[in-house]
Design a protein around this ligand. Structure first.
Ligand code: NAP
Length: 277
């Protein structure tokens, strides 16, 4: 009798473990802010964090995009809220943070995803205004948001930040030189913030996408037969462009407890593009 009971025990224990791991979502109870999240990679990240159980604050520059995005996320059963936030505008940033606190009670996860690239062409032809816009949006706004959000994470006992960079941050491109340098700067920003974040139980990591099929990179992938698309495919060993969802899973991993001992790192999601400093 006892032997029969013992022989059935492992199966019963196994069943209990499987049931609990499939019902618990890994980001349950967490609150996430994702910037530039009404479209493209940011939208995909917001969707994935929501599907993994987080409450998500989405934002971008245009109210109609925020409204449409919220409708989509809510129709999937995701708990989401949204607000207009141009990341380079201090007032917008403060309103976004305050709305997150009002709607969800705190902040555990921050994904800095917004970027601008107003200049294509040789670096030495980059106008001062374009340089300023690139650095204001890509670098300064990321730093200011980290600075503004960290105290709120501290109140929750810790948190996790992911900064969206680019493979171009490792391998400066001739035609998007200033943008590439701004993304290299983000690698430095992540490393520089590690000690101060660690002492507050906050991890900070980066995601460096390759060519991902969004509006931002349309020129590189839309017309597959164009010389520029062919060139982009040639530098990508997997010989295909990435989907935004392939970036989202990496971010969900980085902000989860599965990455609890990872900080100061940047994960390249590029289909194998040779990109290292
Ligand atoms: P995208 O498809 O063009 O997405 C743009 C999103 O950003 C929209 O929701 C847009 O909405 C919002 N947005 C644009 N400027 C903003 C600003 N100043 N403040 C707030 N929201 C803003 O871009 P993506 O390709 O997903 O790029 C996302 C990130 O991935 C960027 O950091 C980019 O550098 C990086 N990345 C992309 C690729 C790629 O191949 N796609 C490769 C490497 C790195 P509104 O128009 O309503 O503002």
């Amino acid at each position: 009798m006892i032997f029969r009971l013992i022989s059935r025990l492992p199966l019963q224990v196994g069943q209990t473990i499987r049931m609990s791991s499939s019902s618990a979502k890994r980001l349950s109870g967490k609150v996430a802010i994702v910037t530039a999240s009404t479209d493209g990679i940011g939208y995909s990240i917001a969707q994935r964090l929501g599907q993994d159980g987080a409450k998500v604050m989405i934002s971008s520059r245009k109210q109609k995009n925020v409204d449409a995005c919220l409708q989509k996320l809510k129709s999937m059963g995701i708990e989401a809220s949204g607000i207009v936030c141009h990341v380079a505008k201090k007032d917008d940033r403060q309103k976004m943070i305050q709305k997150t606190l009002d709607d969800f009670g705190g902040i555990d996860i921050f994904v800095s995803n917004a970027a601008a690239n107003p200049h294509m062409g040789p670096l030495l032809t980059c106008p001062e205004e374009a340089w300023d816009k690139i650095f204001d949006t890509n670098v300064k706004a990321t730093f200011m948001l980290c600075k503004e959000i960290v105290p709120h994470m501290e109140k929750r006992g810790g948190g996790s930040i992911v900064v969206v960079g680019s493979f171009a941050g490792y391998k400066p491109s001739e035609v998007i030189g200033a943008y590439s340098i701004s993304k290299t700067t983000l690698l430095g920003l992540i490393k520089a913030l590690v000690p101060e974040c660690s002492s507050r139980n906050i991890r900070i990591n980066g995601l460096a996408p390759g060519v991902i099929k969004t509006n931002f990179s349309e020129a590189l992938w839309k017309d597959k037969d164009s010389p520029i698309s062919q060139m982009a495919l040639q530098m990508t060993p997997m010989r295909r462009f990435g989907e935004p969802s392939e970036c989202a899973g990496t971010v969900s991993f980085l902000v989860s407890d599965d990455a609890s001992y990872i900080t100061g790192e940047t994960i390249l999601v590029t289909g194998g593009i040779d990109a290292r400093l």
